[in-house]
Design a protein around this ligand. Structure first.
Ligand code: B16
Ligand code: MG
Length: 218
């Protein structure tokens, strides 16, 4: 079926917010007396804030009451918000602005992110005007690999899943897009994102024509 909609993940596809998440989780973990490594941070990509904290608490072998858990999430987020305060348009990942520019008008464009801070990040990096619909962690109840975020994005674009292509950097996100019945372009390493229909290292030198060609046989 013809491609009519493009759905973008945020972190790792349009911006590198993972490094800010890492710093904030590291501060939170330290305040809980837990060590937190960059390898562990990799496992949190695409995972919601609450599910991320559940994993950290598990790794640290500690237990938190419901109130302590809520306080910890709040603390992590306020550190994160402080860290992204000075995010600027040059933090949009290489080539994605050019890609969005050339896709605008031909395709309907949506965001499908787990982040509750997605809107303000898109504003800071000045990408928000490219989007016809935004779906983020405030709209969803189930984390990727559940397809909910992408299903809702297609619905808001007024398109069928088969008409949409998802851009994702996380394995859980690729699985979510497949579960929604969509085609997926993985952004990252082919060994990691082997469930995607095509994989690119990034948007440099990649435009809508290359996307159409790469997905032609799918
Ligand atoms: P927040 P994505 C995800 O963004 C991040 O990859 C993940 O590390 C983060 O925990 C999640 O958003 C929630 O973010 O704390 O801002 O609500 O990749 O789905 O765009
Ligand atoms: Mg991501």
């Amino acid at each position: 079926m013809a491609i009519r909609g493009l759905i973008f993940d945020l972190d790792g596809v349009l911006v590198d917010s993972a490094r800010y998440h890492f710093k904030a989780w590291k501060m939170l973990s330290a305040s809980l007396g837990i060590d937190f490594t960059e390898e562990q941070n990799e496992e949190l990509k695409g995972i919601s804030r609450a599910d991320s904290l559940k994993k950290i608490v598990n790794w640290g072998g500690i237990e938190l009451t419901e109130q302590e858990f809520a306080d910890a999430m709040e603390r992590k987020n306020s550190w994160y918000l402080e860290l992204i305060q000075d995010m600027s348009p040059d933090e949009a990942l290489t080539g994605c602005r050019a890609f969005l520019k050339s896709a605008q008008g031909t395709y309907r464009i949506a965001l499908g992110s787990a982040s509750r801070n997605a809107r303000s990040i898109l504003q800071r990096v000045e990408l928000i005007s490219f989007f016809d619909a935004l779906v983020d962690g405030n709209d969803t109840t189930r984390s990727k690999p559940d397809p909910q975020v992408f299903q809702l994005a297609a619905e808001r674009l007024g398109l069928e899943p088969e008409e949409c292509v998802v851009f994702e950097d996380a394995v859980a996100g690729v699985q979510a897009a497949k579960a929604a019945g969509m085609r997926v372009v993985g952004v990252g390493a082919p060994e990691v994102l082997h469930e995607a229909d095509a994989v690119i290292a990034g948007f440099a030198g990649f435009g809508p024509r290359e996307m159409e060609q790469g997905l032609m046989a799918v």
